[in-house]
Design a protein around this ligand. Structure first.
Ligand SMILES: [Zn+2]
Length: 143
């Protein structure tokens, strides 16, 4: 996947775009939400494979120090919110599918396969809202 070409000004170091995630973070957490979003993405941009494991206490403490937020609970809630708005969730088990959606993604009759519960659900997606067209049938569920 190639990087989109920048069409904004050079003095601004990020891609300027509006997004539902940013709007929700800002309305819920004020500018701290925007700062969290920016620092988190900047942090992940520099980690190997853009991945960071917070299982160990010292890794978690380092993460929140890097991002610059003291309230861990608030930080985790913001991550939860970002995950919700970025990945298409399985309507059956609510796990993250491997399908990423954008705020401007529109899907019609999309066969969404869940790698966790191994079920395929027919969905429509508009403005990050998923509606189920056809739930997996009983036969598929028993497999
Ligand atoms: Zn599932």
């Amino acid at each position: 996947m190639g990087r989109p070409q920048k069409h904004d000004v050079d003095y601004f170091p990020f891609f300027a775009k509006r997004g539902k995630t940013l709007n929700i973070l800002q309305s819920k957490y004020g500018l701290e939400g925007i700062g969290f979003f920016t620092n988190l993405l900047r942090f992940l941009a520099l980690t190997p494979d853009h991945y960071y494991c917070m299982q160990e206490e010292h890794d978690r403490l380092n993460f929140f120090a890097e991002i610059g937020i003291q309230d861990e609970e608030k930080g985790l809630a913001m991550i939860e919110l970002m995950v919700k708005t970025d990945w298409l969730l399985c309507p059956v088990c609510q796990s993250k599918s491997r399908t990423r959606i954008r705020t401007d993604t529109t899907l019609t009759n999309f066969p969404l396969f869940c790698p966790k519960c191994k079920q395929e659900t027919l969905v429509n997606v508009k403005q990050l809202n998923t509606s189920i067209i056809k739930e997996p049938d009983a036969k598929a569920q028993s497999q």
